[in-house]
Design a protein around this ligand. Sequence first.
Ligand SMILES: Cc1cc2nc3c(=O)[nH]c(=O)nc-3n(C[C@H](O)[C@H](O)[C@H](O)COP(=O)(O)OP(=O)(O)OC[C@H]3O[C@@H](n4cnc5c(N)ncnc54)[C@H](O)[C@@H]3O)c2cc1C
Length: 455
Amino acid sequence: MATVRVVHRQRALWRQCHRTAAIGICHLHTTTTSSSSSHASSSKEHYKVLVLGGGSGGITMSARMKRKLGAENVAIVEPSEMHYYQPIWTLVGAGAKGVASSGRPTASVVPSGVKWVRDKVQEINPDTNTVRTGNGMEISYQYLIVALGLQLHYEKIKGLPEIEDWVKFKIGSNYSVQTVEKTWSALQNFKEGNAVFSFPNTPVKCAGAPQKIMYLTDAYLRKTGKRAKANIVYNTSLPVLFGVKKYADALWEIVKSRDIQVNLRQNLIEVRADKQEAVFENLDNPGETKVFEYEMLHVTPPMGPNPEVKGSLLADEAGWLDVNKETLQHNKYPNVFGIGDCTNLPTSKTAAAVAAQSSILDRTISKVLKNEKPDSKYDGYTSCPLVTNYNAVILAEFDYSGQPLETFPIDQSKERWTMYHMKADVMPHLYWHGLLKGFWGGPGPYRKIMHLGMK
Ligand SMILES: Cc1cc2nc3c(=O)[nH]c(=O)nc-3n(C[C@H](O)[C@H](O)[C@H](O)COP(=O)(O)OP(=O)(O)OC[C@H]3O[C@@H](n4cnc5c(N)ncnc54)[C@H](O)[C@@H]3O)c2cc1C
């Protein structure tokens, strides 16, 4: 009975949060052993380990730090009442999963006993080992783990209407919880014309996601008998369809066989919503633009560094957290570490990368705690399950050098339903019960076993 009550409560909380998320307000109060509400502006606290950001990387590292140092020595700063498993939004946008399945109250994922500061990081001062929050609270730390993710910049696309109007204007975007269901609306409302998909001229998280929804759109329109009246157009800023040749070759075969038009080096710069037109700039000939009428537009927004990282001494020139690419230790401040999308690690930004990074960072911090030199080396492992149909996935896995680093002893560039099952059903469990609890550090050890120790 107790479990049922908790589930009901979580669902109610989710519904309330989701309704308010669109306007960015969600002040629900849950009680957990780890909760902390707003603080007076004069308050001060100190923790041995302070984690900034309660997304994939932040929750994972707070669970690992709790195990290492005890819950009372760890605090996490995160303003959102809800935690989202973003990878499932690809399937939410295509109507294969409900958006409710992607979120859980933050209170339920912060490790019990770890202090949750429900506030925004306002300023990071690595010279004084302090962080100031939005409410004016000052928190000092001995070790800092930065996991603040990246920032979406929908506002940089000229003319993109207010999110509330997207359904009317047939626009969707799988990249945020406020917009992901609008993709599914646009797909269902499609009658005939162009379905246009964009990929921005910036680093992005999950570089495969902008095209996964395109394959699912193609599949949905075939299933509903509308494909003959549809023209599917993928306009990407990149000079390639995918960054790793082995998978790019497989994807080119798919786009050809499904009659999908791919235009390289095209960047979405403007939306004329009232005319249902999207304006793309040719990056190889700046100033040259092309207008596409659309019946459905999927926007992948420009993305950039987290502003609190960018505005601090921890940032590199481009604004990303400046960490050592092997140890994840900050390049200038040895008591500062980073994980995930906020860092300048030269690999594709994914939750799979966060998993592999978490086990490395765990070992790096163990060494630093013993005053020893960090010796573990992150190889850049990242993964992208390229959903190509409602029952097919190409499981891309690769490292810093862009070379495939596959877990299974089969050709992973082939479309497989087993991999779809893994993406849709297995990985969410691995996320909630393995990664966030600090038990899943990526498939490295399994890869070795699967390849009989040869990889
Ligand atoms: C549509 C889509 C599909 C994806 N598909 C995949 C996939 O198939 N496989 C995969 O591995 N990955 C996928 N990803 C990427 C994956 O979700 C991210 O790479 C991962 O969540 C990064 O974790 P993170 O901790 O770095 O950032 P996040 O999980 O985004 O967490 C950042 C946290 O920082 C908090 N924060 C921000 N600013 C502040 C502040 N000032 N103060 C305090 N807290 C702050 C945020 O609220 C957030 O909770 C996908 C993402 C999207 C959007």
